[in-house]
Design a protein around this ligand. Structure first.
Ligand code: LLP
Length: 412
């Protein structure tokens, strides 16, 4: 199934015309397909069906309450990184016993909140954090379930900003220190070792770096077992890539082929933390052309969305496919840009696209992950509306901001 498709020169999301969505909710708007989210989740779930597993949807990719509720309804847990994400996960109805909490900088107040919510476990990233968790847990009379996040020092071959599992980056604990730190956990009265975790990077198109890293993590797990430390969970993180341009990402089946036998050996439940794979291709940014202009060098198509709505092109030079909502045959090479006051505000450079005129609608695809969740109010722009499509129906799942939202909290 393709959630966004042309029929009779008209672009649809599931059974709803994108032009009707623009008419009803205005632009810019994020549009999501519920069926695509379900399909992506099922694909992953089925691939790992042979072993006990838990899919914790990574809320940083998309933390809209309605999207999270869909994930919860499919049986997902959540991968969170802040007190705010815990708050949202609980509102989504995600079972706390399916929530895992990563982040190199968890605050004592956030740790206390998570302890009192009885989450499944903390993914611990340093000795100092481990000691703080032990201390906070002691104060509130609870025992903290933890996993150590291992930094396996493996290059996942992706953009450096989203590479994590190498020792030049801030994440996790080096393999060489892990055994010692697990043994230290045994000495701490208020923490309990329940699992082991890794996450080496995002948008990985080949699975072998994940497998190589998981092999190290599984070796550690087996060594710990021999040392009398019996873990229950092996967490391989997220990272599965999707197709934005011409990538051919290896999917969940290929990953499962390698990971299932490895993890089976440990007797542990497998945990995964996918974000992009679940929602990336299930969402798109619908925007309208305001003006076109030409200078001696180029033609520019100026749209009503901007880098504050979708920062991935500006931040990572990321490619997002762009479609015209009405299928047009005539092509021309243009830059697609937003109204923000910097040259980094672009969606495409020198791209051969359908010929756009002022007033035309455009769809920026594969924006369901790290799209709205990374949006901001830069230039005092109002954050976009979010719309969820299911079959022939669509509904607003986040209202467009108004000017009053811009001053909320500032008029003291
Ligand atoms: N688990 C942990 C600990 C993570 O740090 C991340 C993402 C995930 C899971 C989910 O990874 P995914 O399955 O989505 O690859 N803003 C960037 C991506 C940042 C990813 C950060 N960590 C982008 O727009 O490409």
């Amino acid at each position: 199934m393709e959630a966004f498709y042309y029929d009779n020169q008209t672009l649809y999301c599931e059974g709803v015309k994108l032009a009707d969505i623009a008419g009803q909710f205005d632009t810019p708007a994020y549009v999501y397909s519920q069926a695509q989210i379900a399909q992506n989740f099922d694909m992953l779930d089925r691939a790992f069906g042979d072993i006990p597993h838990l899919i914790c949807f990574s809320l940083k990719a998309n933390s809209n309450l309605s999207i999270g509720r869909i994930a919860a309804g499919l049986g997902a847990g959540a991968d969170i990184v802040s007190g705010g994400e815990l708050f949202k996960a609980l509102k989504m109805g995600i079972d706390p016993q399916r929530i895992v909490y990563a982040s190199v900088g968890k605050l004592p107040a956030e740790i206390e909140y998570a302890l009192k919510a009885h989450i499944l476990m903390f993914n611990v990233e340093s000795r100092a954090e481990l000691e703080t968790i032990n201390h906070v847990a002691g104060n509130v009379g609870l025992r903290a379930p933890i996993a150590l996040r291992i930094n396996p020092n493996i290059d996942p071959k992706t953009h450096p900003y989203i590479t994590t599992g190498m020792t030049k980056y801030k994440f996790g604990i080096p393999v060489e220190e892990a055994l010692q730190l697990y043994s230290y956990v045994q000495d701490l009265p208020n923490v309990e070792a329940k699992g082991i975790q890794m996450h080496i990077g995002s948008q990985l198109v080949a699975v072998h770096p994940i497998v190589e890293a998981a092999t190290k993590v599984v070796e550690l797990t087996l060594q710990l077992k021999r040392d009398g430390i019996d873990l229950q969970y092996v967490n391989i993180g997220g990272g599965l890539g999707i197709r934005y341009e011409d990538e051919n990402p290896e999917g969940p089946e290929t990953l499962a082929e390698h990971i299932v036998p490895l993890v089976r050996e440990t007797g542990c439940t497998l945990v995964m933390e996918p974000g992009r794979f679940i929602v990336g291709n299930a969402g798109a940014l619908l925007t309208r052309v305001i003006y076109t202009k030409r200078n001696p060098a180029k033609k520019f198509v100026i749209v009503d969305a901007a880098m504050n709505d979708l920062i991935r092109p500006s931040l990572y030079d990321a490619y997002h496919p762009i479609l015209s909502v009405a299928e047009v045959n005539e092509l021309e090479k243009v830059d697609v840009v937003g109204p923000i006051c910097e040259s980094g505000d672009f969606f495409a450079h020198d791209r051969e696209l359908a010929k756009f005129e002022a007033g035309d609608l455009m769809l920026i695809q594969c924006a369901g992950a790290y799209g709205f969740s990374m949006s901001s109010n830069y230039n005092s722009r109002l954050r976009a509306a979010e719309v969820l499509v299911s079959g022939d129906a669509c509904r607003l799942v986040r209202r467009r901001e108004g000017y009053e939202d811009l001053v909320r909290g500032e008029e003291l």
